[in-house]
Design a protein around this ligand. Structure first.
Ligand code: SF4
Length: 248
């Protein structure tokens, strides 16, 4: 009765934006999912529960940044990457502690992920913070993780890792050429590097499953759904799966 109304209220379409850059949050994301998003492939609306989960994360960010303002340590909040970069994004905050500036990246995480992060941050969180350190020329930062269920906090001080930043920039420069310039479908991702099964949370799963055998490097747009490719023999890439264990 009421739940149906609320579900409808929270559910929303995600607008497609023309762009020629990546978001910091796309580091570690399946390149095919990025391709489908960038090219505006059809996707189901965001369901009410997922929209509410995202809102809980946004509320936690606001609460923590407000507390840091209360401590008088915030230098800047919601700090954007300078325009024209390969990546767009906003760091949650830059703070000053003991005479040094730190970029702070706040993450609200599922309890299972929180336990997985007992001694080290999640790799995609680490790489996202690395990009902010690189673009802001600040050599240190902190990943602050909050357990979504208990509000327990955990922090990971991180130093700028230039070789890793250069690797990510080079990888995404290649992806930019592939997706934005040549308009080609990226190869199937190496899922053995994934920390969770992204396919489980991907809005393009049905479409992708139908087109999983498409060759990489073939121009593809939404209209191509009507024109199935004829694949040469023995050209079908293997689709691997990994254990399903948690939400992103
Ligand atoms: S279904 Fe899996 S392989 Fe396909 S785009 Fe989504 S995350 Fe990538």
């Amino acid at each position: 009765m009421l739940i149906e109304l609320l579900e409808e209220y929270f559910q929303r379409e995600e607008p497609h934006r023309e762009r020629d850059y990546f978001y910091v949050s796309e580091v570690g994301k399946c390149p095919r999912q990025i391709f489908y998003t960038v090219r505006g492939f059809p996707r189901p609306p965001l369901d009410g529960q997922t929209a509410r989960k995202l809102a809980v994360g946004e509320d936690a960010h606001r609460r923590i940044v407000q507390a840091m303002y209360g401590l008088g340590i915030v230098v800047a909040a919601e700090v954007p990457i300078p325009p024209g970069a390969l990546f767009h994004g906003r760091a949650d905050a830059v703070i000053s502690l003991h005479g040094k500036n730190y970029v702070v990246e706040i993450k609200t995480v599922h309890p299972y992920n929180f336990e997985q992060m007992a001694i080290a941050p999640r790799r995609d969180h680490y790489l996202q913070l690395q990009l902010y350190l690189h673009y802001f020329q600040i050599p240190q930062g902190i990943i602050l993780a909050e357990n979504k269920a208990t509000q327990e906090l955990r922090e990971f001080p991180v130093e700028l890792d230039s070789p890793e930043v250069n690797r990510v920039l080079s990888e995404f420069q290649d992806l930019k050429e592939l997706i934005f310039v040549r308009g080609e479908l990226p190869p199937l991702p190496d899922k053995s590097n994934w920390e969770f099964d992204q396919c489980k949370y991907c809005p393009f799963t049905d479409f992708c499953r139908e087109n999983v055998d498409r060759l990489p490097g073939v121009p593809l747009g939404p209209e191509a759904e009507l024109e199935p490719l004829v694949l040469p023999e023995n050209s079908v890439p293997e689709r691997r799966t990994i254990g399903l264990f948690d939400e992103p």
